[in-house]
Ligand binder design. Structure first.
Ligand SMILES: [Zn+2]
Length: 233
């Protein structure tokens, strides 16, 4: 079961043995807020089928996704080490299963293990790289390419072609007007890439989405590949 999350699967035998007593399986329903900006991190999540958005919100109420975390990552990992507050909002965008760990127990285990600390640091670097890529993407890439990229990553992490997203939610994640999402979604549907009906998107043509997506999709995929591909100590 631990292998359903790539971070847990990448740990050494001794790190896995040390963490195992502190891990328990949980289900994260869609739209659950795991923490708000400024909250103290109370749990570390290792998503298996759940997908979590790290979201930055502005005083005006506008929200934009900085990173999407799923089975290739973890939520609240580095913050657990020093009890720091959450720097953004974490919300479950696709309900599913996750392993959850008490942050105090995680910190205690990590402080005994150089290899676990190393995993945490590499994960944070990858997360930061994803957030930086999102910023560059938003400033430079067209909405249609960004939506293709976003749907592909959601599909990869959930391992499902059926994504229960409303257009309001997609607009929020991409930081654009809802009318823009409506227009782009219609174009993708007319091209036979997706089927959109009442808050649900079905992906019909993955290759077509890959062709339409901006480079950020592959860049982030490669960064996570490097994170998980490096041999542990
Ligand atoms: Zn992009």
């Amino acid at each position: 079961m631990l292998h359903s999350n790539a971070i847990l699967a990448s740990l050494s035998t001794s790190d896995t043995a040390a963490l195992r007593p502190h891990l328990k399986a949980t289900h994260l329903p869609q739209n659950t807020v795991l923490y708000e900006t400024g909250d103290t991190i109370k749990a570390v999540y290792f998503p298996m089928s759940a997908v979590v958005s790290l979201v930055v919100s502005l005083a005006s109420g506008e929200m934009t996704e900085a990173a999407m975390v799923g089975r290739d990552g973890a939520v609240g990992l580095a913050s657990a080490l020093d009890g720091k507050i959450a720097m953004c909002r974490a919300v479950v965008q696709l309900g599913g299963d996750a392993m959850v760990c008490d942050p105090v127990a995680f910190r205690g285990t990590a402080l005994q293990s150089e290899s676990l600390i190393s995993t945490v640091m590499r994960h944070e670097q990858t997360l930061l790289a994803q957030a930086q890529q999102s910023t560059a993407c938003m400033a430079n890439h067209e909405i249609d390419a960004r939506l293709c990229r976003w749907l592909l990553r959601a599909r990869d992490l959930s391992e499902s072609d059926n994504l229960p997203f409303t257009q309001e939610f997609l607009a929020e994640m991409l930081g654009v007007q809802r009318t823009s999402v409506t227009t782009v979604a219609r174009t993708l549907q007319e091209a036979g890439m997706v089927k959109y009906a009442r808050g649900k998107i079905e992906i019909l043509n993955v290759d077509g989405l890959r062709e339409g997506a901006c480079e950020c999709y592959e860049t982030i995929k490669q960064q996570y590949g490097q994170l998980l591909g490096r041999p542990h100590q």
